[in-house]
Design a protein around this ligand. Structure first.
Ligand SMILES: Cc1cc2nc3c(=O)[nH]c(=O)nc-3n(C[C@H](O)[C@H](O)[C@H](O)COP(=O)(O)OP(=O)(O)OC[C@H]3O[C@@H](n4cnc5c(N)ncnc54)[C@H](O)[C@@H]3O)c2cc1C
Length: 486
């Protein structure tokens, strides 16, 4: 049967993509169905981008185990897949003497979770390492294994590596229902027809509860969406090289002030209950709250220098709030990944390994694929190259000599690479996420028209058909100087 696969993965966030890559190590056929037009649209690309050290989750939980294991795995995977990854470490800064005892509690928790290298540093040492920090700082928990990552770049890298190793992806394809036979899943119904499989893997993030319910399992489980907003600052106006957390409360890790892999500073997130899983609009109250909270860590922050604001939605589960990674007994052929909220990104590689263990325990036999390559060679990033490397590249292909985005120095050659990559970019935002075009001070004002032209030509569509992020987000309606025949 042409549309029959050994595994169908529902959702191409970081978990689905790393799992696809993990499965591609073996002689199995894998299909990933994704409702959006690209991989990792949200929340896998709209989060704090921290590879947490792992002192925060409650000892003994799956979150604690997956976080600690995932952190170690990212240090191997990031270089293998050429993902932008900065080994910054992180600080939890106690502001005022009253917060100091909390650091001991976090330290003890970190020791129980086997987090390497953590220690408490005093006020002078913290001020020395981050001169802009609030002078009322009384000490900090230093966690050297924390890091920052390019979250979309990581999802893309995992997905591209999976595709190169034989996985098939289909986009704009919404999972609708399971096809069941004698209480076993034998396939999925989607907006683009039926696909058959031996195993379906539910990694649908915010919608994982609804997917599980379609299989008749976990009927009491519900995703309780919580929105978190961010502000990103102009790198020329404000820069720090650290990751600074506040002392966490029962509500969560609080607002952080953090460097990013691209050298900007980011502040956020807040935590607001949301009615709608797809509502990622920022609100005035949310942004004011993160400004105030971030100023507790770095009083000199000036929001006039922020260049972009965005939100991500956490897929927190009801109940005990731990991750659920299971093969439910009630139905055959299903793997459920539920409640994968923070620290889901850092945990994703460990979650993928755990799923493989569960499948093996369930009797699936995996044969190594001799042609599997774990390494991904990324397309060139012009602005990261030396003058000599740039000159050589332009000599080989003059498209790399045509700058399209002036702020971030992104070339036509990089845009063409993105459009013709293993996971092809088909929208403005897909190119933006891959190349960082349009993320500088002008936020795309200069590059939009040129990118629309290139996308139209390469995809063989008209310019008004080019979209920002899929159907309904068309960027232009018609040419301003064309003759209109009414
Ligand atoms: C504000 C915020 C801050 C965070 N900060 C951090 C952090 O610093 N560190 C960290 O480790 N974690 C962090 N997280 C958590 C982390 O981002 C998530 O745990 C992780 O991205 C979850 O990945 P996922 O693949 O499970 O889900 P998702 O990224 O949600 O992917 C699920 C995919 O399934 C697709 N899908 C859904 N329904 C269907 C359907 N019916 N048919 C087909 N496809 C479907 C979706 O389109 C999506 O692409 C944060 C999250 C948020 C929101």
């Amino acid at each position: 049967m042409q549309n029959k696969f050994d595994f169908i993965i529902i959702g191409s966030g970081i978990v689905g993509s790393l799992l696809a890559r993990e499965l591609s190590r073996y002689e199995v056929s894998v299909l990933v169905v994704e409702k959006e037009i690209d991989v990792g649209m949200c929340p896998s690309s709209a989060n704090s981008a921290i590879i947490h050290a792992g002192y925060d989750p409650k000892p003994g939980t799956l979150k604690a185990r997956m976080n600690a294991e995932g952190n170690k795995l990212w240090h191997e995977i990031a270089p293998e897949l050429c993902i932008q990854f900065k080994e910054t470490g992180s600080y939890v800064a106690a502001i005022g003497p009253e917060e100091l005892p909390d650091l001991n509690r976090l330290y003890e928790q970190g020791i129980k979770n086997s987090i390497p290298g953590i220690n408490i540093i005093n006020r002078d040492e913290m001020l020395n390492r981050e001169p802009l920090i609030n002078p009322a700082v009384s000490g900090a928990l230093w966690a050297p294994s924390a890091a920052v990552i390019d979250p979309f770049g990581a999802v893309l890298a995992a997905a591209e590596n999976a595709v190169v190793n034989g996985v098939k992806y289909i986009f704009e394809t919404k999972f609708l229902d399971f096809i069941l036979e004698n209480n076993a899943i034998i396939g999925v119904k989607t907006g683009k027809g039926d696909f058959y499989c031996d195993w379906a893997i539910n990694s649908a993030g915010l919608y994982s509860d609804e997917v599980a319910h379609k299989a008749g399992v976990r009927k009491d489980f519900e995703i309780m969406p919580r929105k978190g907003s961010y502000m990103v600052f102009d790198a020329a106006k404000f820069s720090i090289n650290n990751v600074l957390f506040q002392v966490p409360t029962e509500k969560g890790k609080g607002v952080l002030v953090s460097t990013t892999t691209h050298g900007n500073v980011m502040i956020g997130p807040d935590s607001q209950a949301s009615e709608n899983k797809d509502d990622s609009a920022t609100t005035r109250e949310g942004l004011q709250m993160i400004e105030l909270a971030a100023k507790k860590l770095i009083p000199s922050i000036d929001v006039k220098n922020s260049i972009v604001m965005y939100s991500g939605v956490r897929a927190a589960g009801n109940g005990n709030k731990d991750f659920i990674i299971e093969i439910p007994k009630e139905v055959k052929g299903l793997v459920n990944l539920l409640g994968i909220d923070s620290p889901g990104f850092v945990s994703a590689p460990a979650i993928a390994k755990r799923v493989m263990e569960l499948l093996k325990e369930a009797g699936v036999k995996f044969i190594d694929k001799k042609t599997f390559s774990p390494v991904r060679k990324p397309s060139p990033h012009f602005h990261l190259m030396s003058y000599k490397e740039k000159a050589e590249l332009v000599k080989k292909n003059p498209a790399y000599g045509r700058i399209v985005c002036r702020c971030e120095e992104v070339t036509e050659g990089e845009i063409l690479d993105a459009i013709h990559s293993p996971i092809p970019a088909r929208t403005y935002d897909s190119i933006k996420r891959r190349t960082w075009l349009g993320t500088g001070r002008c936020q795309g004002a200069f590059d939009y028209p040129r990118v629309i032209q290139i996308l139209a030509k390469e995809l063989g569509i008209s310019e008004p058909e080019v979209t920002k992020k899929g159907r309904g987000s068309e960027l232009v309606f018609r040419k301003t100087k064309e003759v209109i025949h009414e």
